[in-house]
Every structure is written in structure tokens, then in C-alpha cells.
Design a protein around this ligand. Structure first.
Ligand SMILES: [Zn+2]
Length: 415
């Protein structure tokens, strides 16, 4: 929506005009009613009919309906219900924001979505949105501040910032959904069996964009949201990095004909500037490193590791540490730890008379059991899982959360 249409035509539509095709003042595609509830917001946003509030942002005026703002924004609710000056005069001044961002925020409040591209792209077809990304992706060229600020990723981060500032949870959520979508579709060439040269070029250029966006986020987003955004945007980079370091991972037939030295040299040049950026932001670098390690582990894991077993081990370790901590807090519990060989066996075994308490140990078949950490009798080597001793608390944290947090870095399985 252009500024012009926002600032003019603040008139209640006259129904008689709608049918009068010969009227010189006729509006194209004019309608007197909306077709459904989704269209109501969009139509009101466009026509500004019945608007009862003016938002003034750096000289740009938006005629809006306070109801839409009140219902979704804590800021506007407080501002308009408080009897403050704004409520009496029906004017709210937002001098610190960019008018085009306020227009996007309003678009969201009216329609549940916003357009993060530049306005002229919207008028073209969908292919234009692909072109606009290509326009940002030449890593040789330092982007101007203006180009950076109009990058859709940066726009989304700014909109998140507005959602935070004006207490609009729906907008913040919408921003994250968009970031996830971008991250998910970031490197289509990899999955489309492009040549290694094309891949390197695509990854290195998108990498620049992502780094710029994350850098911007680190300066403008509050924590912990910034970390969630950084994780979201870094994951596709991390996932792509093995292809850069070791293109033979791809096992593509045409790799036989690739000049690897030339490829490596090309990559070194392209990544020099990126390495410089990494050096400037240690938090960012650490985060990227962590996610790359995790992604590599997962790659290897698909071939070599049984993740259920690893998860079991993490959980078992956590339970054992909790149990031992509880015993240290309450030494009387040690009396529950004598060897229970006869009690646990099926009557075949003789009882163990050891007077000493069992101690934590790695199970003899630790790779092959759900409880790799056990209590063991030091005299007869009998092993007993902690949960069989009644020393564990009900619904004790099994430690798998830590593990799942890491898995959670892979956000595209959600929603
Ligand atoms: Zn024993």
C-alpha cells in the first residue's frame, strides 16, 4: 500500500457510487461490502472508512481504526484506555519509527500478515521476490546501508522489534514464522543437485546476507529472542558448511571432474570477508560453531551413531547424579543400598552377604541397556538399576531435555 492511498480517501464510501459505472469519480473494483471476515480487515485498511484514530509517524499520517490496535497491542490498549492526551485527541505520535515499518505493522494488525519486500516488488509476480534476493547476493559488492535495510530478513527483524516495542505478540510470532520459512528455503541449490561451483557461490553469497541480518539482530533485538533468531538463521549455514569444506560428501558423479584446488581457492577468497565478521562478534561465532558441530554430529550420526542410545546415556547420567545428590543430602538413604542380589534374582542365586553399600558404576553392558549407569555390589559384582532401588523420585527429570534442546535447533520440524 502506498503512502498516498493511506493518506487520502478518508471518506465513508457512498453506496450509490458503487453501482454507478459512469460516474467520473468511480473507484475501480469498488465494493460496498466485503466478501468474508478476512476481507473486512483488508478492505477497512484500504478504504479507511469509519477510522477513528490518526497515527502520526514522522509526518506520515495513517487513519486507522482504534479497535484493531487496541485488540492486539498492549501499548495501544494502555495508551487509548488510559484517558491520556492521545485518547482525547485521537492522535498517536510515533516519532522514532520508520513510516514504512509502521505501515507494515498496521497491515499486520488489519490482515494478520505483512509484506517484507519493497513495495514495487509486490506489484510484480512471485518470481520478483526471487529476483530481489538475487539482487542482494553478490558477495563481492559491499551492500549500501539502504540495500541492507531493505533486505527482507532485516525488515522482518525490524518488525519483530516493533512487535516487542508495542506489545504485539501476534506480530512477533509472525516474524519468527517468516524467519523459519526463509531458513528452511535458504539453499535450494544444494538439494537440487547443483554443481559444486554453483553451490559454493550460492552458499557464500547467502551467507553474507544471513550474517548481515544476524548482525543487525544482535544490535536491535532483545535477548533471548535474538538467540532464537540467530539459531534459526544460522542452522541452514551450519547445515551447508560440510558441503563447503568437503564437497565429496555429496557423492555426486560429476565431482570427478571438479578441480578441487580451484574450488578451494575460490572459497578462500569468498570467505575472507566473512571470517572478518566472525572475528568481530564472538557470541555469534560461538553460536555458529556450536550449531555446526551439532549439524556435523547429526550427519555422522545418521551413519554411525544410535541416537536413542546417546539419549539414554544422558538421561541415565542425570538420574544417577540426582540420586547420589539425594543420598548425600540424606545419608540415612545409604541403608537402602546393600546388595539386593537375592531379592532381585529369580531365586536361582544365593544371597550376597556383603555389608557394604553398592556404588555407582558403568553397567557391564552399558551400550546395550536403557540404564547404562547402575549401582554395583563391590563384593559380588551384582548390578542394579537405580529405579529398582526406590531411590529415584517420581517423574524425575531424565536429562533428555538437554538433549532435546539441542535437537530443538532444528526448527523446521515445528509448526
Ligand atoms: Zn553383592
Amino acid at each position: 500500500m502506498s503512502d498516498e492511498t493511506l493518506n487520502t480517501n478518508n471518506k465513508r464510501p457512498r453506496p450509490e457510487n458503487d453501482k454507478d459505472d459512469s460516474s467520473p469519480s468511480k473507484r475501480p473494483a469498488a465494493r460496498s461490502v466485503s466478501n468474508n471476515i478476512k476481507e473486512v480487515g483488508r478492505d477497512l485498511f484500504k478504504s479507511q472508512a469509519f477510522s477513528d484514530l490518526v497515527i502520526n509517524c514522522n509526518g506520515k499520517e495513517f487513519n486507522v481504526h482504534s479497535l484493531f490496535l487496541r485488540q492486539q497491542s498492549q501499548f495501544f490498549q494502555a495508551c487509548l484506555d488510559s484517558g491520556m492526551k492521545e485518547a482525547k485527541e485521537n492522535v498517536v505520535n510515533l516519532p522514532d519509527d520508520k513510516p514504512e515499518d509502521i505501515a507494515r505493522m498496521l497491515e499486520f494488525l488489519y490482515t494478520g500478515r505483512f509484506w517484507e519486500h519493497e513495495e514495487n516488488v509486490r506489484k510484480q509476480n512471485d518470481a520478483a521476490s526471487i529476483r530481489i534476493y538475487k539482487a542482494y547476493v553478490d558477495p563481492e559488492e559491499e551492500r549500501t546501508q539502504e540495500e541492507l535495510m531493505s533486505d527482507p530478513l532485516v525488515v522482518i527483524i525490524r518488525l519483530f522489534q516493533l512487535g516487542n516495542k508495542y506489545g504485539i505478540p501476534g506480530l512477533k510470532k509472525a516474524c519468527f514464522l517468516k524467519l523459519r520459512l526463509y531458513a528452511k528455503e535458504m539453499f535450494p541449490l544444494i538439494w537440487n543437485r547443483a554443481t559444486p561451483e554453483e553451490m559454493v557461490s550460492e552458499i557464500s553469497s547467502q551467507w553474507c546476507r544471513l550474517m548481515d541480518a544476524i548482525e543487525f539482530a544482535f544490535h536491535h533485538m532483545p535477548s533471548p529472542s535474538v538467540f532464537e533468531a540467530a539459531n534459526t538463521l544460522l542452522t541452514p549455514l551450519a547445515r551447508a558448511s560440510p558441503f563447503l569444506l568437503k564437497p565429496e560428501y555429496t557423492s555426486w558423479e560429476d565431482l570427478v571432474n571438479v578441480d578441487r584446488n580451484a574450488l578451494l581457492e575460490d572459497m578462500t577468497t569468498k570467505f575472507a570477508g566473512l571470517a572478518e565478521k566472525l572475528e568481530k562478534n564472538s557470541d555469534f561465532a560461538t553460536r555458529l560453531f556450536t550449531i555446526i558441530c551439532w549439524e556435523s554430529l547429526k550427519r555422522r550420526g545418521r551413519e554411525n551413531y544410535d541416537w536413542v542410545r546417546v539419549r539414554n546415556f544422558v538421561g541415565s547420567t542425570r538420574r544417577m547424579l540426582n540420586t547420589v545428590s539425594r543420598i548425600l543430602d540424606d545419608p540415612v538413604l545409604v541403608s537402602d543400598l546393600p546388595c539386593n542380589r537375592r531379592a532381585m534374582s529369580l531365586g536361582q542365586d544365593t544371597a550376597c552377604e556383603s555389608p557394604r553399600p553398592m556404588v555407582p558404576a558403568l553397567a557391564k553392558r552399558y551400550w546395550d541397556t536403557a540404564t547404562p549407569l547402575v549401582f554395583r555390589c563391590r563384593d559380588c559384582d551384582w548390578e542394579c538399576a537405580p529405579h529398582n532401588l526406590g531411590l529415584e523420585e517420581e517423574n524425575e527429570d531424565d536429562g533428555a531435555d538437554d538433549f532435546d534442546d539441542l535437537v530443538g535447533l532444528e526448527s523446521d520440524d515445528e509448526e
